[in-house]
Design a binder for this molecule. Structure first.
Ligand SMILES: [Zn+2]
Length: 443
């Protein structure tokens, strides 16, 4: 039995003081409010949050941070640079890079990650002798640093889309693709992680890379959380309308993909009907505001989706920034820029998006909550920095969302294991490992 004592903690029913949290087998076994600390319990000073989920990640994109801006251009220019980085990775180098990136996430306060993984094969498209070598490397990397992971094993079959149909894969896309949806299923169903902190989901890369018949197979044959990039760029909508006469969301709906276990990633450029489809299905939408602004995608309809019935969560996607507080804050700030109104979202609603909604989206149902039976994942935000100084004790949620940054995270616990203390990961030097692995990739 492990126990923690929080000065203030955000429970499902709201903020509470002097909260004793006991953990057994990686799960919260008791939560007692108004308690006093036991000898032997670990004190968590500051504001204690439930675990935060990074529901959309491509770990290798982290290597591109600050290296893609000089060229200007668009999302599509950036994508060419991303393909170059992808081309260089092997199972060993990807394991080491991902281990450092996942540790960076932990230090920033993310306790769980939905890793949208499409870098499956060798650079020329030939499978490795173990066809899941890359996915297993990512799961091992997560296990090594103690982050919870849902490996969203991605279907990627085509090189693009226009009025004439699907394009063949370009040479730089060969390693992303399985030969057919049946080959995907055979490969993916062999993934069976042993770690209690790992599970498997599916991702449909996008309507550009997956045809409706293959989407239908995913919807019918797999009972997994399923994610897809949806309408990140206007050009995707134009291509999809030209080829299918439907928007991407409509196409996914018609293929039977939309459901409570589906997450539309980005959902930036939606029609009123798209909003209704996502909301009526009770699907999730994952906003990645720091990436969406970095890639000049646009501002998605966060509040309209929420009002329509969709469940909002967050991701750091390309890792231009890894900071859950910045993602939460940006959802509200982008709404302000587009609506000219302040206070569209409440702070606690944004924290719920990052915590319980994110856990639900990546298949850890009931997680992201400080409650009996939930995974024992919590994050402690310290109050001692210049950023947090002077925060109103009566508005702890506002302090978290509108003042804190990744650097204010003092402690992170995942599955009852104390993986970050005083802001530093327990076993690896994150900056040194990022520097080593990224420098080697571009050498
Ligand atoms: Zn993405």
């Amino acid at each position: 039995m492990t126990s923690f004592f929080a000065d203030r903690a955000l429970l499902p029913e709201g903020w509470a003081a002097d909260v004793a949290i006991e953990v057994a087998n990686g799960t919260i076994s008791t939560v007692t409010v108004g308690s006093s600390p036991d000898i032997g319990s670990t004190r968590l000073h500051g504001l204690v949050l439930p675990g935060l989920a990074n529901a959309h990640s491509h770990a290798f994109h982290r290597a591109l941070r600050s290296r893609t801006h000089a060229l200007g251009g668009s999302f599509w220019t950036w994508r060419d640079l991303m393909y170059e980085a992808a081309h260089k990775l092997t199972p060993d180098t990807y394991h080491d890079l991902a281990r450092a990136v996942f540790a960076e996430m932990l230090e920033a306060g993310f306790t769980a990650v939905g890793e949208f993984h499409y870098l499956h094969h060798q650079a020329d498209g030939t499978p490795y002798s173990d066809p899941n070598a890359m996915a297993e490397g990512l799961i091992a990397a997560a296990d090594a640093v103690g982050i919870r992971i849902t490996l969203l094993d991605t279907v990627y079959l085509h090189g693009g889309l226009d009025a004439d149909g699907y394009h063949p894969l370009s040479p730089s896309q060969l390693r992303f693709a399985d030969e057919s949806i049946d080959r995907y299923l055979a490969r993916s169903l062999a993934l069976a992680p042993e770690s209690p902190l790992a599970t498997i989901g599916t991702a449909i890369h996008s309507v550009r890379a997956v045809d409706p018949n293959s989407m239908r197979v995913i919807a019918n044959d797999l009972d997994r959380p399923t994610h897809a990039h949806v309408s990140e760029q206007l050009e995707e909508n134009v291509q999809c309308l030209a080829a299918h006469g439907s928007t991407p969301m409509q196409l996914l709906f018609e293929a039977g993909v939309l459901s409570p276990s589906f997450t539309a990633v980005h959902a930036t450029h939606l029609t009123a009907h798209d909003l209704e489809l996502a909301g009526t299905a009770g699907s999730s939408v994952c906003f990645c505001p720091t990436t969406e602004r970095d890639l000049a995608d646009g501002i998605g309809p966060a509040i309209e989706l929420t009002r329509a019935g969709a469940s909002l969560c967050i991701g750091s996607d390309s890792h231009a920034v890894i900071d859950p507080f910045e993602e939460m804050r940006a959802i509200e700030m982008h709404e302000r820029l587009s609506s000219h109104e302040r206070g569209v979202f409440e702070a606690e609603g944004l924290i719920a998006a990052a915590s319980s909604n994110g856990y639900e989206s990546i298949g850890w149902s009931g997680g992201g909550r400080i409650a009996v039976g939930a995974p024992a994942d919590v994050v402690c935000v310290a109050l001692g920095s210049a950023r947090m100084a002077g925060a109103d004790p009566a508005l702890p949620g506002d302090a978290v969302v509108f003042a804190a940054g990744a650097g204010d995270v003092s402690d992170v616990i995942v599955g009852g294991r104390h993986v970050v203390r005083e802001g530093a990961h327990e076993s690896i030097s994150v900056a040194a490992e990022l520097d080593r692995t990224i420098t080697a990739l571009f050498a």
